[in-house]
Design a binder for this molecule. Structure first.
Ligand code: SF4
Length: 456
């Protein structure tokens, strides 16, 4: 009798390090989905991995340094490393720092990534097990997901190398986007976060071509796509929208409750001179009028933006103009960056670079101003009954978000009586307090509290 033991081939394990923005995260999700479809396991740490894939970011110099550090860490801990993502578009930079990486591929080169993985750790075929759920594999919590509607960008902002790294705009047909959204919702997603480099430009490259979804022709245009996403009955949030006139109609969908009353618009500055040097479209007067028009259409709209301070040539007057503009615009959420002299960005060659300490000082002043505006705006919400989406809970209190807040970047709603709530629950709460960034709320408001207030 034979005593031979049959050794089942072990599925190779791939470690993933994902750096950068939500767009890079979506790329990582697609790669993991392909890996899992082919039977690969995802390793939770370097030690258990047969190889490590590092998805890099190359947007700012600080992100490039972080990417190179991450590659170095993976090389030291594991030794078998494949690099992909934005920094992969500059293989010479990676090879100079880490000559022994196995392979380097650029952003969205899924097939090249898979070919490199196959070579380093060939897949084990198991025809009986389908390892991938229909919605793919995601790195976000189960209740929200990013929905990428296009790649690349037709703009040429002087501080940005994304078009160089990712190329011109390539929009996905509306049908593809909507089918993916449908699968995500079927898998339990409660909030879809629409992303791209320039969401309002969606479909320009394919002449807004229509495609069939649920028996109806859907144009590849932001308004039509947002309207169709509204049919899915979950929260839909729009990121990276530009203030073009066509956005007014999208705001009407927000007023109608079809998509969330939230616009994430990277204004970047308010001084016409600085905007021109940035090669950004837009005129701060027209933009203020546009904001007023949006608020007239949808009074509850939340506006989020980011700004770059200390751009080359930015004078104290330009910066004062930005502060004045912010006072008038009264945006709900603001993020800021100090200008970074990104390698290969045309803005490197501009005159009058701003000293680092001046940049830091201006950023601190901008954020202090915005903290006051934000505190005032959030205080206006105290007493309102609102719907929130729970992100996490410790059994007693829960952390949630209102429709005005995107995950990771905006504020939170702390539910004091959050017993029994879990991530993904949508609940009604009453806002009881606020600070500069967050709200506190209760599901049941103790009547005594209000009675106390009336007496005081
Ligand atoms: S819009 Fe400007 S900043 Fe944004 S990706 Fe395109 S070129 Fe870069």
């Amino acid at each position: 009798m034979s005593t031979d033991t049959v050794i089942e081939p072990r599925a190779p394990k791939v470690g993933i390090v994902s750096l950068g923005c939500p767009k890079a995260l979506v790329d990582s999700e697609r790669i993991i989905t392909s890996l899992r479809a082919e039977g690969y396991q995802i390793a939770p740490d370097y030690a258990g991995a047969d190889l490590v894939l590092v998805n890099t970011c190359g947007f700012l110099d600080s992100a490039r340094a972080e990417s190179l550090d991450a590659i170095g860490e993976a090389m030291a801990a594991n030794g078998k490393v494949i690099v992909t993502g934005c920094l992969g578009a500059e293989p010479e930079v990676i090879r100079a720092a880490h000559p022994h990486v196995l392979a380097i591929t650029g952003p969205q080169q899924y097939e090249s990534v898979m070919a490199a993985v196959h070579e380093a750790a060939p897949p084990v075929h198991d025809p009986y097990v389908d390892l991938v759920p229909p919605q793919g594999v995601r790195l976000t919590p189960r209740h929200y997901a990013y929905l990428k509607i296009s790649e690349g960008c037709n703009n040429r902002c002087s501080f940005c190398i994304i078009p160089k790294l990712r190329g011109d705009l390539v929009s996905r047909p509306a049908r593809h986007v909507l089918l993916e959204a449908e699968k995500l919702v079927a898998a339990g997603v409660k909030e879809l976060l629409v992303i791209s480099q320039d969401t309002s430009a969606y479909g320009v490259d394919i002449s807004y071509a229509g495609s069939d979804w649920r028996g109806q022709e859907r144009a590849a245009r932001l308004y039509d796509l947002a309207d169709a996403l509204g049919e899915l009955g979950v929260w839909t949030r729009l990121h990276y929208v530009y203030p073009y006139p066509s956005v007014d109609k999208v705001v009407e969908l927000m007023a109608a409750g079809r998509v969330l009353p939230y616009l994430d618009i990277p204004f970047q500055h308010a001084s016409p001179k600085v905007l021109k040097a940035m090669r950004r479209p837009g005129n701060q007067e027209k933009t203020l009028n546009r904001i007023k028009a949006w608020r007239a259409i949808c009074p509850d709209i939340a506006l989020r933006s980011t700004f770059i301070v200390g751009f080359p040539g930015e004078t104290e007057d330009d910066f004062a103009m930005l502060l004045d503009w912010l006072e008038e615009a009264r945006l709900d959420r603001v993020g800021s960056f100090t200008y970074e002299n990104v390698v290969h960005a045309p803005s490197r060659d501009l005159a009058d670079h701003v000293p680092e300490e001046v940049k830091q000082d201006r950023q601190a002043r901008l954020m202090a101003l915005q903290a006051r505006i934000s505190a005032e705006k959030l205080a206006e919400k105290v007493g309102r009954r609102i719907e929130v989406l729970v992100d996490s809970s410790d059994g007693a209190t829960a952390v949630a978000r209102a429709k005005w807040d995107a995950p990771e970047i905006d504020g939170r709603v702390l539910i004091e009586d959050g017993e029994g709530l879990k991530a993904g629950d949508l609940v009604e709460v009453t806002v009881t307090a606020s600070d500069a960034h967050d709200l506190t709320a209760r599901r049941q408001v103790r009547k005594a509290r209000f009675a106390d207030r009336l007496r005081s």
